[in-house]
Every structure is written in C-alpha cells, then in structure tokens.
Design a protein. Structure first.
Length: 551
C-alpha cells in the first residue's frame, strides 16, 4: 500500500529504467524507500491500460490544501481528450508539444499518443510530479522524445524548430495573494514590453498566457484549461487584450460551474484556444452544461471582435442576460455600493475574549459574518448580538492617560499577533488605525449559492469585507429603504453575478449597482403586488399543513 509521498516517489522511480538520469531533487525524494514488485507491476498494468494510477495516488496522499497552494489540480480525461482533439484538427501537426504545468503528464501522454513524430517538453516545478511523469513516459515508451524541465514556466526558453509548437495544459490555479512581488513585477514589465497593461491582481494562469505570448511564434497554437474569472474581472483585461492582439484567440468554452470540472477544487473551468499571430475574423464562444459536452471545440457562437471590445464582461456574450423592463432603474442610480472594510487581521481587529480590554468608544458594533445578515429577515434593528471591531484613531495623542494605557497594552498584544506586519496594516497611515466608513443604510451578502440577501441597517452597524454596504446618494426615508429591501428580496436572482464552481455566485459592488429596481414613484406599488403574490402562494401550503396536521 502506498501511503506516503516518499513511497510514491519510490514507486515512480521503480518504473523508470536505471539508465535514465534523474535530478538530485528527484533522487532525494525516493532515497531510502522501497516498494514491492507486485505493486510496481500492477501499477505498470494500469498505466498501460490508459489510467493514471500515480496521479490518483498523488491526489490521495497530498492534502487538498497543499495542492491548492501550488495549484496542483489534475485534469479529467474528458477535458484532456477534447483539447488534444482540437489540436489534431489544426492544418499542420505540431513538431513540438509544450505541456505547461505538466503534473503527472496527462496532457503529455495524450499528445505522445496523438502526435507520434513530435518532440515533447514537459514543464513542472514539483520533482514528485516529474518523477510520476517520467515513470508514465517510460512505461508507455515515449521517454526518448521527452524533455522534462523542472523549472517555472515563466523561466522557460525554447530553441527554434522547423514547424508549429503546440502549447497545451492546465496552468496552476494560484491566486495573486500567493504570487510574490518579484513575479508580479515581472508580469507588469513583460506585458509592457509587448504593449499591454497588466494588473498585479492577476492569477498565475494569466502569467502563463503572457509567457506563451512571449515565446510563441507565428503559426504556433495552443489550448489551456483555466479558471474562468478572467472573462469578466479587471485583471483579466490583459488576457482579453492578448487574445485580440497577438495571441490569436480562436475560442473559449465555458464549463457550467455546477458541473465542477475539477472534483478536488472549487473553481470554474474555461478552455481557451488560440493560434499565435493568426487571429480569425470572429471569436467562437460556447457554454456547456457538462464536461461530456466538450467533445468538439470548434462549436459555438461566433462573436465579432468589435462586440468583444465593447463588452465589459465577456461572459455576458455567452450567457443570456435578462432585458431590463421599462419603468426600472439601476440600483446604482440611488446608491453607491462599497465593499466592507479590510482589516488585515480579523483575529485582532474583531475584538475577542482573548484581547486586552479597550475603551468602549473605540469598539464599534459590526457585521463580521455573512450569517449575521442571513439570520435577519429584512431589518437589522439591534447591535446587541454583534461583535465589535477595533477603531483606533491614527493620532493617539488625543487619548486620556487612562485610555492611552489600555491602548498601549492592546497594541503590545497586537504586535505579538503580527498585526503590524500584514500588507494592509503596513499600507495604512498608522498600522493600528483601520478606519471604518460610516454605517451603510443597507447591507448585503455578496458571495453564496443564492442571490444576495439585503437588510436595512437600522442598528447602524459597521461592516467588514464579508458584506457590501449601500450608501444613498440622496437622503431616503426608512419607509423607502424598507420597500427597496422588500423588492430586492423577491426580485433579485443570481443573474449578473460571477459564477464559480459548484454554483457559488459572487457580486462585486458594481454588479450590485447594476441590479434593476422600480423607479421610486412606482416602488411601493411593485412591492405591494409582490407581497400579495407571495401571500397567495403561501396560503395553500399553510392550509395543506393544517389539514395534514389534523388528519
């Protein structure tokens, strides 16, 4: 039984002929571990049968948390097959295949089978993954045309070849929070060199697309499976611009989030196909309900580049969006919507039982968890059950001596929690001064498997970044605010949000502002009618319950 990464490394090494040279990092992984011959031979048989037993063992042994940190999410066979089939339909077969973020080699294996004359380059940073990949290549007989590069894809250099290169793979899914400043600067600098502007909030998959744009040559082509957020978010602008200019975007195929294309990762999936330097006249876009529907990546709706250039969210050109009814306005015409305050360390700045005491005037009632809003039907009336957040002034000289002693004790404790070292704290005027906005008139959740939930904030609570706050542009009476909340309870769906895997829907502030509501002069008529309709629907169910209860 293979239970540890060392045993998995030893199993992989046992499948690799002794004449093949391993790197020092690979040899170190399997040093001192042994596996029995029967395990080696049964694994060999599974590989020859078309399975990936080593990759499956890797997914069982290495925790999901550790795999997520490095973006190690292995690709289902149906997705691999669809992408390789698309590549096989190109006019000229590849003379070289580059697998970006190769893992155990699922794309490399499929490419080796389909393109028997192509040289293969697998790029991967994890030596355990490269051991598994070498083992698969040895068993399947293509090790002699495989080059394994244990390096960051962004450092890759490729010699010229006489013919097209196929770039294919599943770039690691790593968010910008886990990307070092050096690489963020690399993204901005390299993008500028080819005439693009890059956001440092971009995930690692955008880095991989840029690198491909930099090393790809006219006639090369490729397909990457990545998270789909780039279709809509600001950091995705770089990729959208590159597909339109230079990278040669041909199509994108969006996998319905409820299909969960990656069983071990809560992320969306989008397959993006491109032909370097050969942009077609139109871009093909498609949404599929399941991975099984991916088979033909030439299918989809043709969209002009002019329409794409004018679309703030590319996904709106794939999914149908409801037409706004007459007599409606956007919520943003009445409210500015702001996300909640980022504290840089909720364990410190949301005052807890283990924290030193502080003067009452520096502790503000606040909504600190989404469930505190979901527990309220329509109006948050009292702050009594809410936790309190620490709101210290930047200038501590204004404090009384007694207050200063308490605050100094608190800050001494906060430093032991590294509260002064977080990125957010280091970029504040004073690291201890969080700086909360005034209470919002309405609060709403913004990320769940349901529509946002809206609550009038009669308690005048602050909120942190688990909620959005709606601030009226002009004064609105409580009766009007209540009517708006009532309408939003009945009239808002998940349409317009950014859909993640498993049906998780996220609304950014601007997306909340785009929600349609009735004009104020007809608002109360709308909500009264909605209340009547809801009552009519509820009464038969209540009568049925009474009837069955007395039977």
């Amino acid at each position: 039984m293979i239970r540890t990464e060392r045993q998995l490394a030893a199993l992989s090494a046992a499948l690799i002929p002794a004449r093949h040279t391993l790197t020092a990092a690979e040899r170190k992984l399997c040093a001192g571990a042994t596996v029995d011959d029967s395990t080696v031979e049964s694994t060999r048989a599974l590989i020859l049968a078309g399975d990936d037993p080593l990759g499956e063992l890797f997914g069982q042994i290495r925790s999901a948390e550790d795999r997520r940190e490095h973006g190690a999410t292995y690709t289902p066979a149906a997705i691999v097959d669809a992408m390789i089939a698309w590549a096989a339909d190109r006019p000229a077969p590849p003379v070289r295949v580059v697998d970006a973020g190769a893992g155990s080699g699922r794309f490399t294996i499929a490419a080796a089978r389909r393109f028997s004359a192509a040289s293969l380059v697998a790029v991967e940073t994890d030596p355990l993954a490269t051991l598994m990949l070498r083992a698969n290549a040895s068993v399947l007989g293509f090790a002699d045309r495989l080059t394994v590069k244990i390096t960051d894809y962004r450092r890759l250099s490729l010699p010229k070849v006489d013919g097209p290169t196929l770039f294919i793979g599943n770039p690691p899914y790593v968010r910008h929070h886990d990307i070092g400043e050096e690489w963020k600067n690399w993204l901005a600098t390299q993008a500028a060199k080819v005439g693009f502007k890059a956001s440092k909030l971009a995930g690692l998959h955008v880095h991989f697309f840029l690198k491909t744009r930099l090393i790809g040559r006219q006639g090369d082509y490729g397909a990457f499976i990545t998270a789909a957020e780039w279709l809509d978010v600001n950091y995705g602008r770089l990729l959208r611009d590159m597909l339109a200019d230079g990278l040669g975007g041909t199509s994108v195929h969006l996998i319905d989030p409820k299909a969960m294309p990656f069983a071990d990762a809560l992320t969306t999936g989008a397959i993006t196909c491109f032909q370097v330097g050969q942009r077609p006249d139109q871009f093909t876009m498609r949404s599929v309900d399941s991975v099984a529907q991916l088979a033909d990546l030439s299918e989809g709706r043709r969209v002009s580049w002019a329409d794409l250039a004018g679309a703030p969210k590319w996904s709106s050109l794939i999914r149908s969006t409801p037409v706004r009814r007459s007599g409606m306005i956007e919520l943003g015409e009445l409210f500015r919507v702001h996300r909640g305050q980022v504290t840089g360390g909720n364990a410190v700045w949301v005052h807890g039982v283990n924290a030193p005491p502080l003067p009452e005037r520096f502790l503000l009632p606040a909504v600190t968890k989404a469930r505190e809003l979901l527990a309220v039907e329509a109006v948050l009336r009292s702050p009594d059950r809410l936790r309190r957040v620490v709101d210290l002034p930047a200038d501590l000289e204004e404090l009384t001596k007694a207050e200063r002693r308490m605050v100094d004790a608190f800050l001494k404790w906060a430093r032991t929690q590294d509260a002064d070292l977080s990125y957010v704290a280091r970029h504040r005027r004073a690291w201890w001064s969080v700086g909360y906005k005034e209470p919002a008139a309405i609060l709403c959740t913004y990320m769940a498997r349901r529509a946002p939930h809206f609550v009038r904030n009669a308690a005048k609570a602050r909120h942190i970044n688990i909620a959005h706050g709606l601030y009226p542009r002009d004064t609105l009476p409580a009766k009007t605010l209540d009517a708006i909340v009532r309408f939003l309870h009945h009239g808002v769906t998940t349409e317009g949000g950014r859909i993640y895997a498993g049906g998780l829907v996220k609304f950014e502030p601007k997306e909340i502002e785009r929600i349609a509501i009735p004009r104020l002069e007809t608002l109360h008529d709308f909500t009264d009618e909605m209340d009547i309709t809801a009552t009519r629907r509820r009464l038969p169910r209540e009568r049925e319950g009474i009837s069955s209860g007395t039977a």
